[in-house]
Design a protein. Structure first.
Length: 252
């Protein structure tokens, strides 16, 4: 991974794969803000809502740095690729790609309770300028239990088909290692994280105290947010993402 500047957007990004970057951090003079939609919108209409919001703030589309999607159910690998192709086409139409690089971080999961009828926009993050120095703000993109986040094949799943205690701990440890790598790549650390989000339908008792909390450390003072959801690819069991933003608010 490389940490590259997106100067028009006011942030740096960790290179990832075609559908999303591995994470973003605000450039000096900027902070990241987040908005969660009170009523999620079909994701294409959601991008229209993002455009209106950024325009009202006087911010360019390039300020968009992270997107959160919700889908009806986990997809097979080829279905996930199809969703990614349509999503990336919107970013390209907006002029957000930097050459072949996609700077936008993303989390995309499937709620297990009251799932949406189609892919929807749940939230988004963007940069705003500030007049005084501030602690770095950042978003670490979602990562699931794949041995290599760039290897979108069934063979990359950690202990596929297993959900026992040992297997689940292996999955969680794999994802935590990805979070470590991405935090370091952004120049951040667990102590600076203010939102730890986990996405699974597996029992927390199998890994929460033994595996997750020792790694999260003092970030757990802000709580760990459990979304009873599945990762976006069928066969995955655990996903997580992290962030520290300057403002986190609902968008009606």
């Amino acid at each position: 991974m490389e940490l590259l500047d997106n100067t028009p957007g006011g942030y740096r990004f960790l290179t990832g794969i075609a559908p999303y970057s591995a994470g973003v951090v605000a450039l000096p003079g900027f902070v990241i803000e987040r908005r969660q939609l009170m009523n999620p919108l079909p994701y294409r209409a959601g991008f229209d809502a993002i455009a209106r919001h950024l325009s009202a703030l006087g911010r360019p589309k390039a300020a968009l740095c992270a997107v959160e999607l919700r889908i009806p159910a986990p997809l097979p690998f080829d279905g996930f690729a199809s969703l990614n192709a349509g999503y990336r086409a919107i970013l390209e139409d907006w002029g957000l790609l930097l050459g072949d690089r996609n700077p936008i971080a993303r989390t995309n999961v499937a709620p297990a309770v009251a799932p949406p009828g189609e892919a929807v926009l749940y939230g988004f993050s963007y940069t705003t300028p500030v007049s005084r120095p501030s602690d770095p703000t950042f978003v670490v993109a979602g990562a699931g239990d794949l041995r290599d986040q760039a290897d979108l094949r069934p063979e990359a799943i950690v202990r596929p088909g297993e959900t026992g205690p040992d297997a689940l701990r292996d999955k969680v440890e794999t994802v935590l290692a990805v979070m470590d790598e991405r935090l370091a790549g952004l120049g951040a650390a667990w102590a600076g994280v203010t939102a730890v989000n986990i996405y699974t339908v597996q029992p927390l008792s199998l890994f929460f105290e033994s595996t997750l909390l020792p790694k999260v450390g003092s970030a757990a003072h802000h709580g760990v947010h459990w979304y009873y959801s599945r990762p976006p690819i069928a066969g995955l069991e655990y996903e997580m993402d992290l962030r520290r933003v300057a403002v986190d608010a609902l968008l009606a």
